[in-house]
Design a protein. Structure first.
Length: 532
RNA sequence: GCCCCUCUAGCUCAAUUGGCAGAGCAACGGACUCUUAAUCCGCAGGUUCUGGGUUCGAGUCCCAGGGGGGGUACCA
């Protein structure tokens, strides 16, 4: 299904192969070459679409790519040449083909340039007649089995350059990923967001609860950490007056590998001054809807063997065309006044944000049938955690226990897009506390198909409160929590110059790409995943 | 980290209860002027992941190690 909706393989109809960049093509091995136009295979298919069997067009073209199949049959040979835009048959009759015997000796996997008349065979297959041809590069190793392809998944990842030729799904996925990044950037920039690059080497690994990689700078004789999140630098930029700022970049977390985790992965983080977690919910939904529409042309996805609708459950239609879907979002995102009266979290969703919103405690109540709060006795929470196979640490408070319980029992069961709102302050050291609910924060995670796709909050802007949060983290750290955040004095100093109300958002690009490309394993959306 | 599965020709896979190591594709030689994974004939291809053990005899059973996969824990 995805191959029908993914235009990636047909999009490059105009590209040409520049003779200037391929001097080998003009070598003396092909003296009679009349230099027909060099075009992509998709361009040939488009220009000569619908010819009847046995047609000779009188038009010559040159194509280049790898030889993927070969059928030699006495005085005539057939081949299949593939470039990044598709496949085309090569028709090579001995009487017309330059050095016919040598052509027949080409190996599957050799890079060829073939030029000649575009025609159809008696069976009607569109072909380029190999009047002239030359080898651009030979393969010394046999190419993967033409029928089975690469069955060994390890080889697919270790030799991705083969996988890309042989596994069509892989090519489509990575083109989709590229377009996802490009669409995300243009959509954000249309709304006034500025892309920046912040340091990857951090003196302090902050901005997320995660174990960092450590490295060492020789000249400074100082340990540095690969960033676990760009958050604290981006917020420094908000303090610096970059009101709408974002970064798409690699972050690094020194944790286990799994189908959902790679030690390095791509995170989109954005910050919007004068915004809050409500505006981030709107923006998140608008962005994801726009990406699905523009990349797939639909909001009804297939994920695994299940349907996954990004449409609002009430049946209210979102504009079905793939045109700019950002007009309402840009209005909302350009809030110019501080949001003095944020709506209560569970008020009926404003128009345009129909995805379900539900608090973490409400989900826990639905799932376990018990009312929970931060005043629930710790022993009760601990025993519930143990019942659900959560490994409890002694320093965990009620907030952490509730969050763990939610992640274990509720999160994997959520299928339709759902904003889970109001996270415990204990696990949200950078988020603003709910004004009327002490111990809870204005934070949400967007869950789709049981996976966390986005995480966002109204940023904590008060430097004194931030210091207290850091100190609490430091105490967890002393008790053995390696993921707790260290105190970042430099960030506190920046905050002390005044930080405006700010909404912040993080989106896991790999997971989003997997969602749209119907790929469950993170290594299938990473060109070169970390392997053992 | 823990649990389970897997490893045989370049590739994809067979091999009955422990009894001569096999096929297709690729390669190589040959036939063939319209094929679509072309077809046909021929030829060649092996430290059965490694090291021990049981046995008259081990690809097969046992032990240890290694590569890979899946699940699980931390985590996004």
């Amino acid at each position: 299904m995805k191959s029908d909706t993914n235009p990636a393989m047909n999009s490059d109809t105009n590209s040409t192969i520049s003779p200037d960049t391929n001097p080998a093509m003009n070598s003396a091995t092909n003296p009679a070459a009349a230099s027909p136009p060099k075009v992509s295979i998709a361009a040939v298919r488009q220009e000569f679409d619908g010819l009847e069997a046995g047609t000779e067009t009188g038009q010559s073209r040159a194509v280049a790519g790898r030889l993927m199949l070969r059928r030699v049959q006495g005085k005539v040979a057939f081949g299949t040449i593939q470039d990044s835009t598709g496949r085309l048959q090569i028709f090579a009759p001995a009487a017309r083909t330059f050095e016919f015997a040598k052509f027949c000796e080409c190996s599957i996997g050799d890079w060829l340039e073939v030029s000649g008349e575009i025609m159809t065979t008696r069976r009607g297959e569109l072909s380029v007649r190999a009047d002239h041809w030359q080898v651009l590069a030979r393969t010394e190793n046999p190419f993967p089995d033409k029928w089975h392809g690469l069955a060994d998944v390890d080889t697919r990842y270790r030799q991705r350059y083969l996988d890309l030729w042989v596994t069509e799904q892989a090519r489509e996925t990575f083109v989709l990923r590229s377009r996802l990044l490009s669409e995300t950037r243009s959509w954000l920039e249309a709304q006034g967001y500025v892309e920046v690059e912040t340091p990857i080497l951090h003196p302090i690994a902050g901005g997320a609860l995660a174990k960092p990689f450590v490295t060492h700078h020789e000249a400074l004789d100082k340990d540095l950490y690969l960033r676990v999140a760009p958050e604290l630098y981006l917020k420094r930029l908000v303090i610096g007056g970059m009101e709408k700022v974002y970064e798409i970049g690699r972050v690094f977390r020194n944790e286990g590998l799994s189908t959902r985790h790679n030690p390095e992965f791509t995170l989109l983080e954005l910050y919007c001054a004068y915004g809050n977690y409500e505006t981030m919910m709107d923006l998140t939904k608008e962005l994801i809807v726009h990406l699905a529409q523009s990349l797939l042309g639909t909001l009804r996805l297939i994920y695994g063997d299940r349907e996954l609708s990004l449409e609002e459950p009430s049946g209210v239609r979102v504009s079905g065309d793939a045109g700019p879907a950002n007009s309402s979002a840009s209005e909302r995102a350009s809030v110019s006044a501080p949001t003095s009266t944020p709506a209560p979290a569970l008020a009926s969703a404003p128009a345009g944000t129909p995805w379900r919103r539900v608090t973490m405690t409400q989900l826990l109540h639905e799932k376990l049938g018990v009312e929970f709060g931060l005043d629930t006795p710790l022993e009760d929470l601990r025993s519930l955690c143990r019942q659900h196979e959560v490994l409890v640490q002694e320093w965990w408070g009620a907030g952490k226990l509730l969050c763990e319980l939610y992640e274990k029992t509720c999160e994997p069961k959520i299928w339709e897009p759902t904003f889970v709102v109001n996270y415990p302050l204990e696990v949200s050291p950078l988020a603003m506390e709910c004004p009327e609910q002490p111990g809870w924060t204005e934070r949400f995670e967007l869950i789709i198909a049981g996976r966390e796709v986005a995480n966002a909050f109204s940023e904590l802007t008060d430097p004194q409160q931030q210091r207290e949060r850091f100190e609490a983290q430091a105490s967890y750290r002393q008790q053995g929590d390696l993921e707790a955040m260290p105190i970042d004095e430099d960030y506190l100093k920046a905050m002390s110059y005044g930080m405006p109300p700010t909404g912040g958002l993080g989106i896991g690009i790999d997971r989003l790409a997997g969602l749209l490309a119907n790929q469950h394993a993170i290594r299938d959306v990473l060109l070169f995943p970390t392997l053992r």
